[in-house]
Design a protein around this ligand. Structure first.
Ligand code: HEM
Ligand code: HEM
Length: 222
């Protein structure tokens, strides 16, 4: 048992990363609902917001806080295997940030959400809804991208289910709570683990504006 004096509470996730995560979850639920109910005006708006979030997260992964940077948490196959082996013992290490295996899921989710929102831009529903870029491709291509749009969504749901299950397994079986830090931003660090350097949220706001501007330009000018 670790002595209480040996652990300290540190901020591991900044506000922009947490807002990104929970807004993404809410908007995907909203996109699912509006997509299947055919409320297309709101479905497309929600899609633009998701695309903005994904572009923002890519920028924040380059310029943002230490724990949000891809260069910090994306690890090679050796580190992933070492972590997977430790996981099998039931006592995986608890890094201050994403663990190497969780990172693979995170990259997959970001990719799937990005493909989902991008194919939506070229989709059509054969009645009266065309994505804002559908006019740039042939009807056949738009139909194919619409099929991909629907298929990738099923894949996204499956990956999200595994992601949520993994978080619950960590919480209840491995006794590592990853969920509360994604809400409060704080976790406990062991001695020797330095508090991550977090960047000013105003920088995140500026990057969000860049992302929103890019999506606005693509949707209105192309
Ligand atoms: C559609 C559903 C979801 C998607 C697409 C999704 C996607 C993501 C992404 C992209 C990240 C990386 C965060 C970042 O660094 O920016 C992440 C992390 C995380 N998500 Fe989700 N998420 C979903 C649902 C949930 C739910 C429902 C929970 C709660 C049970 C959850 C708990 C977490 C936690 C705890 C982390 C941080 C894991 C760690 O400490 O490494 N996610 N998720
Ligand atoms: C990550 C964001 C998105 C998600 C999760 C999503 C999800 C969905 C879902 C679940 C459907 C219903 C599929 C079905 O009926 O089986 C759908 C349909 C559709 N989506 Fe999206 N979508 C997203 C982004 C977009 C965007 C950005 C656009 C266009 C601007 C778009 C355009 C369409 C169109 C036109 C359909 C109708 C396809 C049809 O009924 O044949 N979507 N989407």
């Amino acid at each position: 048992m670790e002595k209480r004096s040996n652990v300290q509470s540190v901020q591991v996730w900044d506000i922009p990363t947490r807002l990104f995560h929970w807004l993404l979850v809410l908007l995907i639920a909203f996109s699912w609902y509006t997509g299947t109910e055919g409320i297309m005006e709101w479905h497309m708006r929600s899609g633009y917001a998701i695309l903005t979030l994904v572009i923002f997260r890519l920028l924040w992964g380059l310029f943002g806080s230490q724990t949000a940077r891809f260069a910090q948490f994306v690890k090679g196959p050796k580190a992933v295997l070492a972590y997977a082996r430790a996981l099998l013992t039931g006592h995986p290490p608890h890094p201050l940030g994403h663990n190497p295996l969780g990172t693979l899921m995170i990259l997959a989710l970001l990719l799937l959400v990005g493909v989902q929102a991008s194919t939506g831009l070229f989709a059509n529903d054969d009645i009266f809804t065309d994505g804002p870029l559908t006019h740039l491709v042939s009807k056949e291509t738009s139909d194919e991208l619409t099929v991909i749009h629907k298929t990738v969504f099923d894949l996204l749901l499956a990956f999200a289910a595994v992601h949520i299950t993994a978080n619950l397994i960590y919480r209840f079986l491995l006794k590592q709570d990853l969920i509360t830090p994604m809400i409060t931003g704080r976790t406990t660090a062991s001695p020797g683990q330095a508090a991550p350097r977090l960047r000013n949220p105003l920088l995140a706001l500026a990057l969000l504006c860049v992302a929103a501007g890019a999506v606005y330009w693509v949707v209105t000018r192309l």
